[in-house]
Design a protein around this ligand. Structure first.
Ligand code: NAG
Ligand code: NAG
Ligand code: NAG
Length: 296
């Protein structure tokens, strides 16, 4: 729908005074940088060579998302990582709050809150994104990646668990039910090139520079358009293709129950023993190859 009246109305409203730009605190495991209405958020867990999603990540994102829920200036949020070879390895299962009865539901609620932000959310991926890292990405509006060293996967089933934050519900909307079954049930990785072919990600690039040029061109358009229109369109697309709050939280509740499964606990013990002799970095690089060893 478009008309000249609408255009002149739009021009008139540009005279309204600008509201205050988003103010963000310093986060421990996230770096942020705001360029007028485009915010870049960088996953940076300084305590983990594989960029685990830890309590600081969880707390930082919770605060950030709450601020974005009340912000009317920011239009685009780009999520990347500055840890070599890892976007986000997965959830840090040793973080104390994982043992709390409400953790899985809280994590699932955060993923839901991310998926329903008014702003356009974009993943810019270099390195491995597995488990919570991939669940977060598939809840975003779009994903772009470099081809060289990027892998996506949901390794939970291989450890006796399953994704607990809606990842198994967002993924079929992107790649179809059969492929979601294949990747989630086998806990195998997919390369960025293959992920592009099946719709897991929007586009894969040879270099980081090419990826950011493409994202810049896209955001230079998005930043012009009214947030109310961007959000209205997002809401409609999500109505057709994204899980509801109830559905996502149901995953969290099932995940919490599965943590108590004796076979999941046996796999966790076996993986601790396996890690005792190897560096976590080395194992996480090739995680899907290591998972079958938990059953020998
Ligand atoms: C901010 O965004 C504008 C528009 O995309 C771009 O031209 C400029 O280089 C960016 N500035 C920084 C510091 O990234
Ligand atoms: C999700 O958003 C709702 C609504 O703003 C808020 O009340 C809740 O605390 C948020 N939950 C998490 C885990 O971020
Ligand atoms: C770890 O290394 C020690 C010494 O090399 C070896 O005896 C032990 O069997 C290894 N354990 C595992 C689980 O591979």
């Amino acid at each position: 729908m478009f008309s000249l009246q609408l255009l002149s109305l739009a021009l008139a409203t540009t005279i309204l005074p600008a509201t205050l730009a988003l103010k963000l605190p310093e986060y421990k495991a996230l770096k942020t940088s705001l360029n007028s209405s485009v915010l870049t958020v960088t996953f940076h867990n300084a305590d983990s060579p594989v960029n685990l999603w830890n309590q600081d990540t969880q707390d930082g994102l919770t605060d950030l998302v709450e601020r974005l829920q009340h912000d009317k200036e920011t239009k685009v949020v780009i999520f990347n990582s500055d840890v070599p070879r890892f976007y986000v390895a997965h959830l840090d299962l040793s973080m104390p709050s994982v043992a709390e009865p409400t953790f899985a539901e809280t994590f699932a609620t955060l993923i839901y809150n991310v998926s329903t932000l008014h702003q356009v959310t974009i993943g810019a991926v270099e390195g491995r994104a597995r488990g919570a890292g991939n669940e977060f990405l598939v809840a975003l509006d779009m994903r772009f990646a470099t081809k060289t060293d990027t892998l996506f996967g949901q390794p939970e089933v291989g450890t006796g668990l399953f994704p607990g934050g809606g990842g198994s519900q967002f993924l079929p909307g992107l790649i179809g039910r059969g492929r979601a079954m294949e990747y989630i049930l086998s806990s195998k990785d997919i390369t960025a090139g293959d992920a592009e072919k099946i719709g897991w990600i929007n586009k894969a690039f040879d270099t980081s520079a090419e990826m950011y040029t493409y994202i810049d061109q896209l955001t230079s358009r998005l930043r012009l358009f009214p947030l109310t229109a961007l959000y209205g369109a997002k809401k409609s697309i999500n109505r057709a293709s994204a899980p509801t709050f109830k559905d996502i939280v149901a995953d969290g509740i099932s995940f919490r129950k599965q943590l108590a499964d004796p076979l999941a606990q046996a796999a966790a013990k076996k993986s601790a023993a396996l890690l005792a002799n190897r560096s976590q970095f080395e194992v996480e690089l090739i995680l899907p190859d290591v998972l079958p060893l938990l059953y020998q």
